[in-house]
Design a protein around this ligand. Structure first.
Ligand code: NAD
Length: 330
């Protein structure tokens, strides 16, 4: 099938081309993001392959449908950037990669926790400058601390396993109780109890209308003073201005982010020679107790191989008219 790959980076090209041997799709790689300015690039392609910050709103979907696109093969798990109703109404099939490496994201969340707690980022720079002082590097034992997990699906469960290994007490909130988490000793509680009793809160639920800004002034008020918040899920789960206020008042003791609500204007690009216009993001960077990574939690070799394989299999299933278990809008 002829596939337009949007938001291409060198690693996308490498892993998709490598996995394409057995599928033999005609992959055309475009570096720009799919937006109202670039929908014309999709003309004549029955399939497109976008990533998380491509803009698949009703207007852009209509434009690509007019150009002949019938399949959107997302190379991501999350699909909050797609107007699903509009895609369905236009007869466009949407497929995704529901699981590619929950370990990658869960391990990154654990890495953010360790970095914030033991301040590796500061220690690394200090030692390189021959400053061997320990002042300001004091951490706490993860063993015995309470970790609250919001969303115990594939990633949340892996994260629970990791934190159990550290000897943490595990609390969780989810609409569904994961039997494997229950077996592991995870205690499901109401969200307000989770916020009030957790030393660390880690978000692993999708971004939906219900979970939008689940972290806001009201819920932050419920947090244990000095708690740590980790978000490796989606930026829209967090009201960033509210979090800045909570950091300033020291209600929030630590913040680790791999995602940011307005990351579409920043992440995945080298902007080191530019003046960043997002003052809210820049304020976040001024806190010593904030660590931000640019949506890299998924970024392991294993995950990229799995993403490429599943994406191309999804396209092959569609092309051959086979049932595809990864359809979002069946
Ligand atoms: P999953 O579908 O396996 O699990 C999500 C869980 O969240 C489910 O158990 C679901 O019941 C629960 N949930 C849904 N709405 C909720 C709510 N309002 N409150 C609490 N729980 C709720 O998904 P997953 O594979 O574990 O991925 C979780 C999220 O991680 C994805 O939606 C995506 O946004 C994010 N993600 C981020 C990266 C990254 O690189 N940073 C990579 C992959 C996925």
């Amino acid at each position: 099938m002829k596939v337009a790959v949007f938001s291409t980076k060198n690693y996308d090209r490498h892993f998709l081309s490598e996995a394409n041997g057995e599928h033999a799709h005609e992959l055309i790689f475009f570096e720009p993001r799919l937006s109202s300015e670039t929908t014309a690039l999709a003309a004549g392609f029955p399939a497109i392959c976008p990533f998380i910050n491509d803009q698949l709103n009703a207007e852009n979907l209509k434009a690509i449908a007019n150009g002949g696109t019938k399949l959107i093969a997302l190379r991501s798990a999350g699909f909050n950037n797609v107007d699903i109703k509009a895609a369905t109404d236009l007869g466009i099939t949407l497929v995704r990669v529901p699981a590619y490496s929950p370990y990658a994201v869960a391990e990154h969340a654990a890495g953010l926790i360790l970095t914030l707690n033991r301040k590796y980022h500061r220690a690394y720079n200090r030692v390189r400058e021959s400053n061997f002082s320990l002042n300001g590097l004091l951490g706490f034992d993860l063993h015995g601390s309470t970790v609250g997990i919001v969303g115990t699906g594939k990633i949340g469960m892996c994260f629970a396993q990791i934190m159990k290994g550290f000897g943490c007490n595990l609390l969780a909130y989810d609409i569904y109780k994961n039997p494997e988490c229950l077996e592991m000793g995870v205690k499901y509680v109401e969200l307000s109890e989770l916020f009030a009793t957790s030393d660390i809160v880690s978000l692993h639920c999708p971004l939906t209308p219900e979970s939008y800004r689940i972290i806001n002034p009201t819920t932050l008020e419920q947090f244990k003073p000095g708690a740590m918040l980790i978000n490796t899920s989606r930026g829209g789960l967090v009201d960033t201005k509210a979090v800045i206020d909570a950091l300033k008042s020291q209600k929030l003791g630590y913040l680790g982010l791999d995602v940011y609500e307005l990351e579409g204007d920043l992440f995945f690009e080298d902007l080191s020679d530019e003046v960043i216009q997002d003052d809210v993001f820049e304020r976040l960077l001024t806190f010593p107790n904030v660590v931000i990574t640019a949506h890299q939690a998924f970024f392991t070799r294993n995950a990229l191989q799995n993403i490429a394989q599943t994406t191309l299999s999804n396209i092959t299933d569609f092309e051959k008219g086979r049932e595809c278990k990864n359809i979002v809008n069946s």
